[in-house]
Ligand binder design. Structure first.
Ligand code: BTN
Length: 248
């Protein structure tokens, strides 16, 4: 295998050299009643991004999906996505990358001071449950790790290009440790997120199904929604309603 595991981690690891999508495999395990499994692949041939976009996932990246069965309501689920982005940014920073978070869930590296950025990693959370409780939640994390950003989509960067190649086994282990720390202390997620946020204080444009809004991003709520100060007052945008956010 391209990545040798056998590590002490809060999740058991199911490793594949190649998979369609680690999220798809994780969903199967979740549906079968499994929990606390991390599905890792060296490459994905059908990686998926948010909003049905494709996610380029060649060999050399960190492609992992975490199967969890949290005792939370669906309204609290965005905190799990923020926890995954905080964990990812933290571990990328340990690797020497100036990783920050673009709300809700993109891990980016700032370019200059005008809000421009390149994307280092993305998170795709999927879940199933009833209105009052989550049955399972899969947090898919994709990090452009040991890759040349030349071969990646426009606007992407990689750990290799920003710093140096990493030991992917160690990177995954640290990701699991950090994610575990935040999921067991959900109150600490938003404060940690704020420390890493690139979005707060920026003037942004947010595209939503209900129409676009423009204003200053001033805060995130307890449940992880973005508060935007517009000319017509404050508008709260949930992650699920955000089709696109860009600094203006
Ligand atoms: C995004 O920014 O749109 C989210 C990208 C999420 C990519 C990861 S890679 C591991 C997991 N498996 C997938 O198919 N997608 C996620």
């Amino acid at each position: 295998p391209a990545i040798e595991f056998g590590l002490e981690a809060p999740f058991s690891i199911e490793y594949h050299d190649s998979l369609g999508s680690t999220n798809d495999r994780a969903r199967e395990l979740a549906t079968d009643g499994e929990t606390d499994v991390a599905v890792v692949a060296d490459e994905q041939t059908g990686g998926r991004g948010r909003l049905e976009r494709e996610w380029s996932a060649p060999a050399g990246g960190v492609w992992v999906s975490l199967v969890t069965r949290p005792t939370i309501t669906p309204a609290e689920a965005p905190l799990y996505t923020l926890a995954a982005s905080v964990a990812t940014a933290t571990v990328a920073r340990e690797a020497g990358v100036d990783a920050r978070i673009k709300w809700p869930n993109d891990v980016v590296v700032p370019v200059g001071d005008d809000g421009a950025y390149r994307k280092l990693a993305g998170i795709l959370t999927e879940m199933e449950g009833q209105t009052d409780r989550v049955d399972w939640l899969v947090a898919g994390i994709g990090v452009n790790a040991n890759l040349d950003s030349d071969g990646l989509p426009e606007g992407a960067t990689s750990v290799r290009d920003e710093a140096d190649d990493v030991d992917r086994r160690r990177f995954v282990q640290r990701l699991l440790e950090e994610f575990d720390r935040y999921r067991t202390d959900l109150d600490s997620v938003v404060p940690a997120w704020r420390e890493l946020a690139l979005t707060i204080g920026q003037r942004v444009r947010v595209d939503r199904p209900a129409g676009e809004i423009v204003g200053e991003a001033v805060d995130v709520t307890e449940s992880g929604a973005l508060v935007v100060e517009t000319d017509d007052g404050r508008v709260t945008v949930s992650a699920g309603d955000c089709e696109h956010l860009r600094p203006v």
